[in-house]
Design a protein around this ligand. Sequence first.
Ligand code: F6R
Length: 606
Amino acid sequence: MCGIIARVGDSDDAVDELLTGLENLEYRGYDSAGLAVKNGGGPNVFKREGEISRLKTALDDEAPSGGLGIGHTRWSTHGPPTDENAHPHTGCGDRVAVVHNGIIENHDQLREELQARGHVFESDTDTEVIPHLVEEHLAEGATAEEAFRRTVRRLSGSYAVAMLVEDSDAVYATRRGSPLVLGVDEGEYFLASDVPAFLDFTDDVVYLDDGDVVVAEPGGHVITDLDGNSVERTVKTVEWDPEDAGKGGYDHYMLKEIHEQPAALRQTLRGRADPATGEVTLDDFPPGTFDDVERVQFVACGTSYHAGLVGSRLLGTRGVPSQAFLASEYATSPPPVDGDTLVVGVTQSGETADTLAALRQAHAAGARTVAVTNVVGSTAARECDDALFIRAGPEIGVAATKTYSSQVVSLALFGERLVRDVTGSRSDDVERLLQGLADLPGQVQQVLDYSKARRVAKQYRDSDAYFFIGRDTVHPVAMEGALKFKEISYEHAEGFAAGELKHGPLALVTPNTPVFAVFNDRDDEKTLGNVKEVEARGAPVVAVAPEGHEEVVQHADEVLTIPDTHPDVTGVPANVQLQLLSYHAADILDRPIDKPRNLAKSVTVE
Ligand code: F6R
């Protein structure tokens, strides 16, 4: 995700204000931090791998003074967390310093062009192409502002960028697809990824639109479009308490992270799938990467295991032999593995001891390993042969929400790469599947806008237990729904394969145990049969189902509706409904939602 900030003012205390801003943005990333400050002359850059405290310590020895500065806190997407990959990035001549949040999709091509013209790169980041391009335009005689505009025109992907240039007293900034807000105070300006960054200094804010270009100097600021035409933006006063601001106005990180899912999913998908051509592009996994793979094993724990189950089903139904294992069981009683086996560790943190143990076990037995993770510098990413990053941005709430959705989408993309390499042909339904993935951000937004999960949670708040059922790709969703429910509400909840209900659990079903039945438009009549069994025992039924299922509506007491989509991805919006249900159930019961008892975000013991 990353956070950026810029400060423009007459007084020389840019460093202090930038550091305060970065601390308030740390929730957006904490792999590395850096800043650049100007006091006449060129930008002075300071950056460190690790948390902001390390940058602060470095600045204790030689804090520069200046009124103009930019800062960055990083959540790695290109290259590991190192001093070199930390922002700000500079060009060859150190005349330009840039901070960036987002993904420059054409960075490979730009880097090649620039290298062919003699530019030398110091980092692995996509961002570094920006200062090199600006530098070239400056050398051609362009002003700093022209050089900035020309450079931005060359970028594709998503970005919020702020720049300092030698011999200019302005900060230049723009956005497309990544957030950027302008804070306005007397004689001072701030540009940042989010309002909390500067809430200690001003609460007057301009929300910028995609394509806006801001030039801010101590004497004033101008907002234009990319062609230089002036645009009008109104200043609004925000009424957030700085203490709550990290939660973006939400009561809990979990709710904020549930609401971040449309943006997280866009980030996961960006540049990786084209529904029109059926092409999947995963930078580190070109076609043929997995030609010698014959079977796939997923290893994971908890919520990530549920994502692994979905990944395994997607492969199995497309002709790739595949199984998902609980990592703790895998490490204890490993299945047969050889050099043709690919073992995929699904772990948002990349630090879960059980998953690491399973991956090490598989590696020692000769398997090839891949980590599917959210954390670029994590142990799983470093120890596995390869890594696929899910790009969900930091997750602070202990209960995994947005990382689950981004894991499922990443596994669907990765799965298609595997299907092609292992079976030699594309999935029959690939265009439809990729369109289903592309539609997810909008569909999840729809669920967030219209969900009636809070009312349902209230209605069944005094129940004895809560059961969740589903089959096929929504069986893992039923399991995940139950896990989330028990984890944060402390109420008894269980998830079952719909067909298994009658083989035992049905004995527990009573009028005081609501059953949440998840449908995905495949074999729905069978799940409906299971719902009728429940109905006959007098239990309330809440269906989580795609729109327009008349028969489901007839047999359900309540319906949590989800948009109609490819059955293999229906589980994502369905799970968002269940995340909201769990959240509201826990909120009504006044549970400590972000830090449930006995649990930790990263479980580093076996
Ligand atoms: C539940 C939850 C846990 C994790 C599990 C694995 O909400 O967050 O079940 O999914 O501890 O964690 P990672 O994905 O970090 O390996």
